[in-house]
Write a protein that binds this ligand. Structure first.
Ligand SMILES: NC(=O)c1ccc[n+]([C@@H]2O[C@H](COP(=O)([O-])OP(=O)(O)OC[C@H]3O[C@@H](n4cnc5c(N)ncnc54)[C@H](OP(=O)(O)O)[C@@H]3O)[C@@H](O)[C@H]2O)c1
Length: 319
């Protein structure tokens, strides 16, 4: 099998390290370079493979047929442009080219929903971690026009601390997060909101999302609880999701309540759907769990890369 030469920018961060591990084990990929900034020159081990992170300026972009950018938003766009100029296909994990963030947005890499646009693209905007859980949870209702027009969709979601990146922050120190649980970015101002609202519009809804993120004292994983006003009572709501995602290798619709244990270290969205009792308007509650570093970042990026390269989407991914 011809191995695709892959470069990783931001390889020393949490998403980048996850990418290094996936690419090192991928039967159709080989690592051309792994770039870091402050951690340049440092070594890291991924299974049997040891990698030395190179400085961004020492990267030979044209050595890669495919580049993953796991750089912070703002810094990513320029490197993505340079990688495209050198002829590489690019998957950008930052928000720089996502809908709602850039007037010239790239095709959005929410794989199960956007497959047709992804397959022929040269640049993919990989979705944010929270938006992956929320939009996979909402898509079946939006596709069938079942979300009550104009209603607000309420999302409460909690993420482990790797969601905040590798750079040290006082509020993320062990003693600050352990045995505690708190909301952040209240007042519907989180950076991921623009992307979620843009996709709700694209999928046919005219709804606002009211999104409140929380910080969970675990390393990885997101659990999102999505409350959706619907146009009619739905007797067996899970059936709609099962039908919509039939045959999808990375979507699990379950009658049990999803939890982080079910999804961490796996490239899946696991979700359950419940009709809400004791409210006057028909309302559904969707609960979705993902690993923020896999289905919410590096795993979905490799899934999209497989699609771009004409490989089986599942290759190299833990299901
Ligand atoms: N963490 C998640 O759960 C998650 C999920 C989905 C998407 N994302 C997105 O993925 C990207 C990476 O997130 P992360 O959490 O992995 O962040 P991170 O842990 O802070 O890593 C950032 C990476 O970028 C490098 N870097 C920072 N500034 C740079 C610059 N000016 N020039 C070159 N390299 C630079 C860092 O290098 P050094 O560490 O060596 O300085 C590191 O390798 C972000 O855009 C984020 O929004 C993250």
């Amino acid at each position: 099998m011809h191995k695709i030469a892959v470069g990783i920018l931001g390889a020393s961060g949490y998403a980048g390290r996850e990418l290094c591990g996936l690419v090192s084990r991928h039967p159709g990929m080989e690592l051309a370079f792994a770039a870091a900034n402050g951690q340049r020159g440092q070594r890291a081990r991924f299974g049997a493979r040891e990698i030395t992170f190179v400085a961004p300026d020492d990267v030979q972009l044209d050595a890669a047929e495919m580049v993953f950018s796991a750089l912070p938003h703002g810094a990513s766009a320029e490197w993505v442009g340079a990688a495209r100029t050198s002829g590489a296909k690019v998957i950008d994990l930052s928000s720089d080219f996502r809908p709602g963030n850039n007037a010239a947005a790239a095709p959005y890499g929410l794989t199960e929903i956007m497959r047709d646009a992804i397959a022929g693209a040269e640049l993919i905007a990989n979705p944010g971690c929270y938006p992956t859980a929320v939009l996979i949870g909402l898509a079946p209702l939006l596709a069938r026009g079942l979300v009550r027009p104009g209603a607000t969709i309420n999302v409460n979601a909690a993420s482990g601390v790797t969601g905040a990146g590798f750079a040290p922050k006082q509020e993320l120190m062990f003693a600050e997060v352990a045995e505690d649980f708190r909301a952040y970015a209240p007042g519907n101002a989180h950076r991921h909101l623009a992307e979620m609202n843009a996709l709700v519009r694209e999928l046919g809804g005219d709804n606002d999302i009211l999104f409140t993120p929380h910080l969970l004292p675990v390393a990885r994983g997101i659990l999102a609880t999505i409350t959706v006003p619907v146009t009619e009572s739905i007797a067996e709501p899970g059936a709609l999701w099962r039908q919509f995602y039939a045959g999808e290798p990375f979507i699990e619709v379950t009658d049990e309540l999803p939890s982080l244990r079910d999804v961490v270290h796996r490239n899946v969205v696991r979700l359950s759907v419940h009709a809400a009792a004791n409210v006057r308007q028909p309302t559904l509650v969707v609960i979705a769990a993902i690993d923020n570093l896999l289905k919410g970042a590096a795993g979905q990026a490799v899934q999209n890369a497989n699609l771009l390269l004409g490989l089986d989407e599942r290759v190299g991914l833990p299901s």
